[in-house]
Design a protein around this ligand. Structure first.
Ligand code: SF4
Length: 326
């Protein structure tokens, strides 16, 4: 059981990193209008380091901030900070190639409208759609199936919005100091009993990444020069890529699955993270071109932040070089 609250950063409550304030901007469902995207880009350029970091939960991070006040004001005006109280729990990953943003918006609004749910941890995660169902959500929706901690226990729902709020409330009531539903003793069973088993389990959660293409470009090492993609509506994916309109200028992005950048990720490392034993991004760049079958993730210490879900080859910095983990 956890003995301390989670310390996930928000857009206003920053994490103090070695390179300054770090803001994490939740984007439930990943969709940003062109105007909203430009607000975030310009904030990174004018208030931060000029780089937008893409997270494995399809959120964005800005580094090097003095404080979160100006950023918060800009995001609020753009409709990207609808609730001061529920900001850090607004983690909803949606299958990026499906038409589900309206459902995500309804789920987000309903979660934010319930004061009890303001205390959910920053690690709380909801997935919407089959292709992201294996990403480790506390709750997942795939059609009428409500997954609980990544398991189809036979719960079926008619009203997904109402069902998610009910399930989230049950989790909040029983979680104690746990951050995730999977950590609550008997949590999945109790929520299943509340809803009742309506069907035999039929969903096996999967992760189906979007391959890089001109309309689904990847972001090398998850770090985007914020001068790029000006004036373009985007949808963020949990694979550190975006969905953009056909004809978008994707210079500097990964559009070919054969690119050596494809499938390679890295944590922040030096100089941004004080815990890092190495400049992992520089080391990953130097390694680039080495053939690899699986995704590869580089970490500057044993915390292994940002490690993708599923099978992955990891290089973890130690005081004695890199340890390879498969
Ligand atoms: S894995 Fe370690 S070095 Fe990398 S960002 Fe996390 S804490 Fe920092």
């Amino acid at each position: 059981m956890r003995s301390h609250p989670d310390a996930c950063p928000g857009a206003v409550e920053l994490h103090q990193a070695a390179d300054g304030g770090l803001a994490r901007i939740r984007v439930p469902g990943g969709s940003l209008s062109a105007a909203q995207w430009d607000v975030v880009r310009l904030a990174a350029l004018e208030l931060g380091t000029g780089v937008l970091e893409f997270t494995s939960r399809a959120n964005l991070q800005i580094r090097g901030l003095a404080d979160g006040l100006e950023l918060g004001a800009r995001l609020r005006a753009a409709g990207l900070l609808p609730s001061a109280t529920h900001e850090r729990m607004r983690n909803i990953i949606a299958a990026p190639l499906e038409s589900n943003q309206a459902l995500v918006n309804a789920l987000d609004a309903a979660l934010c409208a319930d004061p009890v749910l303001a205390s959910l941890p920053g690690r709380f995660l909801v997935t919407v759609g089959a292709s992201v169902s294996g990403l480790g959500g506390d709750f997942g929706l795939v059609d009428d199936v409500l997954l609980l901690a990544g398991t189809d226990t036979g719960v079926r729902v008619e009203d997904p919005v109402d069902a998610l709020v009910t399930a989230a409330r049950l989790f909040q009531e029983m979680r104690g100091s746990a951050w995730r539903l999977s950590e609550v003793d008997g949590g999945v069973r109790k929520i299943t009993e509340h809803f009742g088993v309506a069907d035999a389990p039929r969903i096996t959660p999967v992760v189906t990444p979007v391959a890089p293409s001109p309309v689904t470009p990847g972001v090398p090492l998850g770090r985007l020069d914020a001068r790029l993609l000006a004036g373009v509506p985007v949808r963020l994916t949990p694979w550190r890529s975006l969905v953009v309109p056909p004809g978008t200028d994707t210079t500097g992005l990964i559009t070919d699955p054969a690119s050596p950048w494809h499938g390679v990720s890295a944590c922040t490392g030096r100089p941004g993270c004080a815990k890092s034993l190495s400049d992992v991004r520089a080391d990953a760049r130097a390694w680039l071109g080495t053939p690899h079958a699986l995704p590869v993730h580089w970490s500057g210490c044993s915390r292994r932040c940002g490690r993708p879900q599923g099978d992955v080859i990891e290089f973890v910095a130690t005081s004695d070089g890199y340890e390879e983990i498969r």
